[in-house]
Design a protein around this ligand. Structure first.
Ligand SMILES: [Zn+2]
Length: 353
C-alpha cells in the first residue's frame, strides 16, 4: 500500500533530469518545499489563497477535504510540507445511489484514505473512479481503492490514451490489475454517470496532455473538477502540454457557469481565479512569442520571465517549470501554423528544443 521504492527512485531521477511526467516528484518537492518562502508553504497548507465553500471536513498532513456542495467534496492535497500520500487534488461526489471519486492519487495509501473518507461522508465506498490523465500523481494509487474489508473495487474510468500511457510507463511497477480492467471513456464525446439524484458528466478535453478529462456535476452548474488543465496559485507543468490546446480548454472551462472549480493542484478556484490563471498562461504565450521574434532561447526567455505582479503570487512547484512552459510554446510555434508570417519564423531555433 505504498509507492514502491523503485518507482520512488525512478520518479526522483526523472525530476532531477527535468523529464519527469509526474507533477509530484517526491524528492524534488522536498527540495522545493525547503526553498519556498515560509508564507507560501503556509498559504498552501491552510488554503488561504482559495475559498472554503462549506468548510473543511477532514485534514491530514497530506491533504484536506472541503465541502463544495451537498454531498460533494474536494480533496485538496498539500504536498509542499513533504507528505506525498495524495499529491494531486481530487474529489468525492455522492449521489442517492452511488459515490464517484475523482482521481486515483499518488499512492495506494492515498487512494484508500480518500475511499474511506467517501464512506464516512457519503455512506458508501466509491463505486466509480475517474482518472483525469496519466501522470503518476493522478493514477499511481488506483489499486488502493480495492479496500480491505470486503468492499468491491470500484470501476476505474479513463481514456484509452491514459490507460495505455499508465500501463506502458517505465516507472510504473505498481499492480496493473485495476488498469487492465479499466473502463474506457471515449475520447470524442462526453459520458454521463447517473449517481441517483444527480448526474455527472465526464468530458474529454486536451492540452495538459494529449488526453485529459474533466468531471462536471449537474450540467456544469455544480463544481467542475478540472484535472491539471487548471492550476491555482501554482505555476502549471507543461511537460506534456500542447499549449494552444491547453489555452482553448481553459477558456472553455472558464465559460462554464460553475461557482467552484477544483484545480489539479492548488486551492479551490472561483471565476476570478480562473481569469487570473488564463492571464498567467497567456503571459507564457506572450513570452514565448517575443523570444522567438528576438531569436532568444527558451532558457534565456525563462530567465527573464516572471508572472505579472497583478496576477498575484504563483508558487513555482519546480524551478524548471518556466523554461518547460516557454519551450512547449516555442516548439508548437516553430511548427508553423501558429506563428503568422513566414518572415517571423526565420530566426534561429532554440537549441534547448
Ligand atoms: Zn498533477
Amino acid at each position: 500500500m505504498s509507492v514502491s521504492r523503485r518507482r520512488f527512485v525512478a520518479d526522483a531521477a526523472g525530476c532531477a533530469s527535468g523529464l519527469a511526467a509526474a507533477a509530484g516528484c517526491a524528492s524534488y518537492l522536498a527540495a522545493v518545499g525547503r526553498f519556498l518562502p515560509r508564507g507560501a508553504v503556509g498559504r498552501w497548507a491552510m488554503g488561504g489563497v482559495g475559498r472554503h465553500v462549506g468548510g473543511i471536513v477532514a485534514q491530514d498532513p497530506w491533504a484536506r477535504i472541503e465541502e463544495v456542495g451537498p454531498g460533494m467534496y474536494a480533496v485538496i492535497s498539500t504536498p509542499l510540507g513533504g507528505d506525498y500520500t495524495t499529491v494531486c487534488n481530487g474529489g468525492i461526489i455522492g449521489g442517492s445511489a452511488e459515490t464517484l471519486v475523482v482521481e486515483a492519487f499518488m499512492s495506494e495509501r492515498g487512494a484508500a484514505w480518500v475511499a474511506g473518507k467517501a464512506r464516512e461522508l457519503t455512506g458508501r465506498w466509491p463505486g466509480q473512479v475517474v482518472v483525469s490523465h496519466h501522470h503518476a500523481d493522478h493514477s499511481a494509487g488506483a489499486a488502493g481503492f480495492a479496500g480491505t474489508g470486503g468492499d468491491a473495487a470500484p470501476a476505474l474510468h479513463a481514456t484509452q490514451a491514459t490507460r495505455n500511457l499508465v500501463v506502458t510507463s517505465p516507472t510504473n511497477e505498481g499492480p496493473l490489475a485495476p488498469w487492465a480492467d479499466a473502463v474506457l471513456v471515449p475520447e470524442g464525446a462526453p459520458v454521463t454517470f447517473d449517481l441517483g439524484d444527480r448526474s455527472v458528466t465526464v468530458q474529454p478535453r486536451e492540452g495538459h496532455t494529449a488526453s485529459d478529462l474533466t468531471v462536471e456535476v449537474d450540467g456544469s452548474e455544480g463544481p467542475v473538477w478540472c484535472g491539471d488543465l487548471v492550476w491555482n496559485a501554482m505555476f502549471p507543468n507543461y511537460v506534456d502540454a500542447t499549449p494552444s490546446r491547453l489555452s482553448r480548454s481553459v477558456r472553455a472551462l472558464g465559460r462554464l457557469p460553475a461557482a467552484v472549480f477544483v484545480p489539479g493542484h492548488g486551492p479551490l478556484a472561483d471565476a476570478e481565479a480562473m481569469a487570473r490563471y488564463t492571464a498567467v498562461i497567456d503571459s507564457v504565450e506572450e513570452a514565448a512569442r517575443s523570444a522567438m521574434e528576438d531569436g532568444r532561447t527558451a532558457q534565456e526567455a525563462a530567465a527573464d520571465y516572471e508572472v505579472p505582479e497583478e496576477l498575484g503570487e504563483w508558487t513555482l512547484f519546480n524551478p524548471a517549470y518556466y523554461q518547460r512552459a516557454i519551450e512547449a510554446w516555442m516548439r508548437e510555434l516553430a511548427g508553423g501554423s501558429w506563428f503568422g508570417p513566414a518572415s517571423r519564423r526565420d530566426g534561429p531555433l532554440p537549441r534547448a528544443m
